[in-house]
Structures are given as C-alpha cells and as structure tokens.
Design a binder for this molecule. Structure first.
Ligand code: PMP
Ligand code: GLN
Length: 384
C-alpha cells in the first residue's frame, strides 16, 4: 500500500467561522448573535402550504431547472421589483440555496489559472469555490467604516487572466449597499475588459431608511454579462430549507444548468411549490420585510446607545457591525471567544473574511432575533 500522505485541495481552510461561533455559543449557552439565521419561524401560511404539498404526494424530483410554478412566480417577482421582463425558462434556475448557486456560477465561469476579483471582507464561500475550479481570488480590501469599493484599485488589478468580479450587496458582513454609480462603474469595467460578474444579492429585500437595492437586474446591459444569486432562506425565514435561484442571460443559464444538474439535479419539491404559492398569494411578506428588519436594527442600535461600542451604519442585511476598541485590545477572534465564554453573547469576528487581516477591532452582530433576545444581549453588552 502506498505510504503517500493524503493532500487536501483546501489546505488552508478550516471549519467555517459560523460553525465555530455557533458551536461555542451552544457550548457556553450564550445568546447567539453570531451565525446569521432568524430566531423566528417561517410564516405559518408557507409552512402549511409545504406540509399540504408533502401530504398531496408532491414528493418526487422537480424538473432540474425548477418547478414551473415557481419559475413563473420568480419572474413576476423580478418584474414587480426590478421592472424587467424575463423568460423564466431561459434565464432562471432554482438551486439548493444561494451557496449552490454561487458554486455553480463560479464553475460556469472559472477555468484553471483564471483570476476572480473579490472584495474583502468577502463572504466565505467564494474563495474555496474559485480555488476548486483552479482559479485564484484577487482580494481588494474595503476599509472601515464606510467599506466603499475603490474602483481605481479594481481597474489596476485587472489583468489578461481576470475572468470575473464577485460583488455582494446588501453586503455581508458590513451591511453596506452598492450605489447606482458603483453599478455604472462595474458595468463599464465588465464590458471594457471582457469580464463577467457574479452578483450575490441574497439580502435584496432587506434595505433600510428608504434606500433602494441596486440589483444588477436594473441594469440590462450589465445583466448580459452577469449571474445574479438570490436566496429564499433570507426572504422567508427558512435558511434550513436551502432554496435559492440564479438569474442569468440564456447563454450563461445554459452552461449553469449543465453543471447544476450534476451537482444536485433538483431541489426539494414541496418547498418549491410552497414558495410559489406564497409568492402568488402573500406578496406583502416581501414588501414588509425591510420594515420588519429595520425595527429590529433600531431596537438593537437604541439598546446599545449607552454602551462603549461604537456602532457602524447598517444600511441593509440583518447584521450590525460594532467597534469594540474602547473595551478591549484583543484580536477580533479572541474578543469573540471571550465575549461568548465570559459574557454570554456570541458575535462573528471579521478577520476570517479578509485575506490580509486588518487590525480593526470590529465584530458582527446578527439582529434577526426576537426583541427580547436583542434586549437581553444588549444589556450584557452595555455592562462591558
Ligand atoms: N451569500 C451571502 C452573502 C450569505 O450571507 C449567505 C448566507 N447567509 C449565502 C450567500 C448563502 O445562502 P444560502 O443559505 O441560501 O445558501
Ligand atoms: N450566511 C450566514 C452568516 O453570514 C451563515 C451561513 C453558514 O452558516 N454557512 O452568518
């Protein structure tokens, strides 16, 4: 037998920071404001619909591209939201969560030695997917407290090897939004340099203070070169169902679907039918989502007013960044471990989202929680 040691393809990757912090929160019975998931349940109407579809025997494979009813409802949602008419059969593919959609989108575009530009702090699933496709991420940092993209730096980073740019707005973990001007700049860069764009828009319906989400779907010329990623998990408080979709022009969708059919083939049929019914019969859930989360953000922000944390501005998502530099000089990861074990509140450090960790003393709190939970956590945080 060969003595050769097994070599990992992802040598420098460990369990995700979300798993690490949620495990620690459970172990120490801390209030878990770390991993992003709602504490409240998915709407009753949606739960009942899915149960009914299970009982009606809708339990076999869906078409690989998605249940026709759901594809139709998604295209109507996109029409209402972004004012663009799409032929769902050619442009929308239902996936097992945004994670699968991102994975397949990256496989669709990236070949060995290609470069992909990502912005740090970057969501953790981009880099391993690019690496396993044989590509390399080029990281461009966004700096606190505004986390704006420096487009000149992006332009300077583009080489003959650059294949794609990955953007994420509303942005996890910073809660910032890209502006119309950002989108116009990215459109210009993409076309001038023959690039593609992957746009992670999983928090598309969660924007605050009247701000508009600048979806790629509002920019028809940019959309021609883009794969847009969405997730029902965030929208319907059902992160455990792992249902999302990718919207892309027909040529990219064809390639996306070839890969998707060999990753999962199809996603959970009863949830696809339940969400189609929800989109059709209860459309106000989505229009009310931003207000629902804005009051949670405001609850946490108000409850932390008298703390020694400096609060950054959350424009969207269900995350709030807080600066703890007046409280501790520990690294962000050490601070999060200490906070969980000693003070009973779990948060997420930002350094795992950077290629070159910064010395920032900033951590992420998730406010997708009941008001009581937020107030209890804030009371502990105010004692620091
Ligand atoms: N992208 C971002 C920015 C996310 O925050 C998440 C999940 N929180 C995902 C993708 C993955 O979404 P899903 O759970 O639908 O796979
Ligand atoms: N996206 C969620 C977050 O940002 C976690 C998802 C996961 O656990 N992989 O916290």
């Amino acid at each position: 037998m060969s003595e050769k040691k097994f070599e990992s393809k992802l040598d420098n990757i460990d369990i995700s920071i979300f798993t690490e912090m949620s495990m620690l929160a459970n172990q120490y019975k801390a209030i878990n404001l770390s991993q992003g998931f709602p504490e409240f349940d998915t709407p009753e109407f949606l739960k009942e619909s899915v149960i009914t579809f299970v009982q009606q025997g809708k339990n076999q494979y869906a078409p690989s591209t998605g249940m026709p009813d759901l594809l139709e409802q998604i295209s109507e949602l996109i029409q209402r939201q972004y004012n663009i008419t799409l032929n769902a059969n050619e442009t929308i593919t239902v996936t097992s969560g945004a994670t699968e959609a991102l994975w397949v989108a990256i496989q669709t575009l990236v070949r060995p030695n290609d470069e992909v530009i990502v912005f740090d702090p970057a969501y953790d699933s981009y880099e391993p997917a690019v690496a396993l496709a044989g590509g390399r991420c080029i990281h461009i940092p966004m700096l606190a407290p505004d986390y704006k993209i420096d487009w000149q730096q992006v332009e300077a980073a583009i080489t003959a090897k650059t294949k794609a740019i990955i953007i994420n707005s509303p942005h996890n973990p910073t809660g910032t939004l890209l502006t119309e001007q950002d989108m116009q700049t990215v459109e210009k860069l993409v076309w001038e340099n023959d690039l593609y764009l992957i746009s992670d828009e999983v928090y598309e319906f969660i924007t605050f203070d009247g701000r508009q989400h600048e979806s790629v779907l509002r920019f028809p010329k940019l959309f021609e070169r883009s794969l847009v990623i969405s997730s029902f998990g965030k929208t319907f408080h059902c992160t455990g169902w792992k249902l999302g979709y990718c919207t892309a022009p027909p040529e990219l969708t064809d390639e996306f679907r070839k890969i998707h059919q060999y990753v999962t083939f199809a996603s959970f049929t009863p949830a696809q039918l339940g969400i189609a019914k929800m989109l059709q019969q209860a459309p106000t859930h989505i229009t009310e989502l931003a207000g629902f989360y804005q009051s949670k953000r405001d609850c946490l922000v108000n409850a932390l007013q008298d703390s020694r944390f400096k609060l950054l501005n959350s424009q969207g998502t269900y995350f709030l960044l807080v600066d703890y530099s007046e409280i501790s000089q520990q690294s962000d990861r050490a601070f999060c471990h200490w906070l969980t074990k000693e003070k009973g509140v779990a948060a997420i450090p930002l350094s795992p989202f950077y290629e070159k960790p910064t010395s920032d003393k900033i951590v992420r709190l998730c406010f997708a929680k009941n008001e009581n939970t937020l107030l209890n956590a804030a009371e502990k945080l105010c004692q620091l």
